[in-house]
Each structure stands twice: as structure tokens, then as C-alpha cells.
Design a protein around this ligand. Sequence first.
Ligand SMILES: [Fe+2]
Ligand SMILES: [Fe+2]
Length: 183
Amino acid sequence: MTAAPRLPGDPSPAETVERMIRVDHAGEYGAVRIYEGQLAVLGKSAAAGIVREMAEQERKHLERFEKLVVERRVRPTALTPLWHVAGYALGAASALLGERAAMACTVAVEEVIDEHYRAQAESLGDAPDEAPLRKTIEEFRADELAHRDIALAHDARTAPAHDILTAAVKLGSRLAIRLSTRI
Ligand SMILES: [Fe+2]
Ligand SMILES: [Fe+2]
């Protein structure tokens, strides 16, 4: 099922897919919370419209993974309460630094998600059983790249403390992915 040869101690193909759904569900949940945090601060700003649009798309992503969690009997991450708070806090904190910082946060998150979804799609390979999941992942990856481009078009690169903010958000996102895969 997976493209790479399986080594002793590696998760089974079924476990691998279960982990994918768990972490993606967690990630989309976190994404919704980030945008809710941003909107709590920027709800009346010029950027509110586009942030709301991106939030709406994240809600659709989350709904799809909620369905997959049920259908495929995946145990959701135990860290949902953490992502509930951390996602919102990240969104609100970045927005408090200003619209451009909120956009820089989006770019950083989406760049990590792009890598993440790309690796998942690759590891699913051409397994016919998982073609629908792969299609979902590819579709959502395209949406995330569109979010990145929207944020770039809204001056993410000129945000104050851009490099530090980007590094911190990427580190946090990667850690969240690692934790939500297993826990
Ligand atoms: Fe998403
Ligand atoms: Fe996104």
C-alpha cells in the first residue's frame, strides 16, 4: 500500500492510513481554530472577508475528515483540547501583531501543510483502495496552497518580525503534526 519498503517496527499499512486520518483531522481542526482566533481580532478589519473565506474552507476540510474518522473508525487525537486552545491562541496572537503578521502565520502554516500533504499523497502511492483518500489530500493541498497565495498577496512577507514569526509557527506546526500522528 505504501510506496517505501516496510521495515520491522514500522506501522502496518492500515495503521499508516489511520495515523494519516488522525493527524489530518487534528490539523484541519487546528486550522479552523487559528482562523477563529484571527477573526476574533480582525473581524472588522479590511482582511476580515478573506480570512472568513479561508476559515469556511477549513471548516469543509474538517467536516470531510470528521466523516473519515467515523467511517474508518479512527481514534481521533487525544490532543484536541490542546489544539482548541493553541490554534486559537496562535491565530489571535498573530492577528494582534497586525494583519500582515496574521498573513505571515497563514503562509508559514500552509507551507508546512503543503509538505505534509505532499508526503502523504506520495506515501499512498497508487494503492487503488486509498485512491479516494489520496484525491481528498491532493484537493485539500491545492486549497492550502491557494490560502498561502492569498496571504502572500496580502503582504505576509513584509510583516514585522517576519522571520522569527515564520520559524516559530513552522516549528509549532511540525511539532503538532508529530504529536497528533501518534497521540
Ligand atoms: Fe485545511
Ligand atoms: Fe488552509
